[in-house]
Design a protein around this ligand. Structure first.
Ligand code: SAM
Ligand code: SF4
Length: 333
């Protein structure tokens, strides 16, 4: 194995998130516009190229790989990529995982488990079928719930990710918590982030601070902060009455960059060293120009050497500052 990837702030980079497509079968209101223009297919890395880049990262010390998008499970032939990455488990890779909207899980949950996936994140903001159709525009709740059931049947541990949206799912805080307790799912709430140009007013309107969400949880439960950190942006608390663990991802109210261990690869081969900054490195050119991986590895090292200290998202002055122009589906959420 080549030496580990260490950034200028002495953070070891052990986690790669890979967006395998910018396309999706949903159009969530906070993520995409209704009529998105997607990248021409020729721009995308082939599945073989994605496999080459990810394998290089594993060789260079990446232990955790999260496959995301867009909706990763709508990319044609994606299971061959999961199979290839599954073979890296035990050869440096410790965890292969996926973030999905759940729509294709009935079809693919067992195949994912067979590739060595053990845990998955499923995004679900509401348990109300009408509201689900409204927020995802094209999604159907029953299909997603059935996909989650298929994941459980396949033995996958499910974590639900819910974006906290003011005036939308505030009234579903306890129903979501109770449903996850009954079903045995972990649950994490995410603050809405300023990704992609969706209009500033709309973004401020959507923002529901997790400090407020936490205060509401405290009205019904005794909360204990848990010390555990996964190197990621989530902080955890335990609801003493149920024993449930709740994650809070708070890029706006609490900065989490000091423990950042991750970088993000887009489906076109751009490497973003920070979700909230515009700087990126093109890995596609060195990948395509050379049949061996020396230039690719050099490009990866050069990119990590300029990983910034942190993002600059800030809502504190009631305007959106630090906004980045990319949609979340491009960088991979
Ligand atoms: N399609 C898959 C899914 O929905 O899980 C994977 C990609 S999606 C971009 C990954 C995560 O990003 C989802 O949990 C989604 O809710 C979240 N997300 C999308 N746009 C966001 C935004 N503007 N702020 C915060 N989270 C966002
Ligand atoms: Fe698709 Fe996921 Fe974005 Fe929703 S959040 S539009 S499911 S990529």
């Amino acid at each position: 194995m080549t030496p580990a990837l260490i950034d200028p702030f002495a953070r070891a980079i052990s986690y790669l998130r890979v967006s395998v497509t910018d396309r999706c079968d949903f159009r969530c209101a906070y993520c995409m516009t209704e009529h998105m223009t997607f990248l021409p297919k020729a721009e995308l890395l082939s599945l073989e190229e994605l496999e080459r880049v990810c394998t290089a990262f594993v060789r260079m010390g990446v232990e955790k790989l999260r496959i995301t998008g867009g909706e990763p499970l709508v990319r044609k032939g994606i299971m061959s990529f999961f199979e290839a990455m599954g073979l890296q488990i035990g050869r440096g890779l410790k965890e292969l995982t996926v973030t999905t909207n759940g729509s294709q899980l009935r079809k693919y949950a067992q195949a994912l488990a067979d590739c060595g996936v053990r845990r998955i994140n499923v995004s679900l903001d509401t348990l109300d079928a009408m509201k689900f159709a409204e927020i995802t525009r094209w999604g159907r709740l029953a299909q997603v719930l059935d996909g989650i059931a298929a994941a459980q049947e396949a033995g996958l541990k499910v974590k639900i990710n819910a974006v906290a949206l003011k005036g939308f799912n505030e009234d579903e805080l306890f129903p979501l918590v109770d449903w996850c307790a009954r079903e045995g799912h972990d649950l994490t709430f995410i603050e809405v982030m300023p990704m992609g140009d969706m209009g500033e007013a709309q973004r401020i309107d959507q923002y529901w601070s997790l400090d407020d969400l936490r205060a509401r949880l405290a009205e019904r439960f005794t909360l204990t902060d848990l010390p555990e950190r996964t190197g990621g942006p989530a902080r955890y608390l335990r609801l003493e009455e149920t024993g449930q663990k709740i994650g809070l991802i708070t890029p706006l109210t609490h900065n989490f960059c000091e423990s950042c261990n991750r970088v993000r690869l887009t489906c076109t081969g751009e490497l973003y060293m920070c979700l909230g900054q515009e700087d990126m490195a093109d890995l596609r050119a060195p990948l395509r120009a050379n049949p061996d991986d020396a230039a690719l590895e050099a490009a990866i090292r050069a990119a990590i050497a300029r990983k910034p200290k942190g993002h600059a998202f800030d809502y504190s002055r009631k305007t959106v500052s630090g906004q980045v122009s990319r949609h979340m589906s491009h960088t991979g959420g």
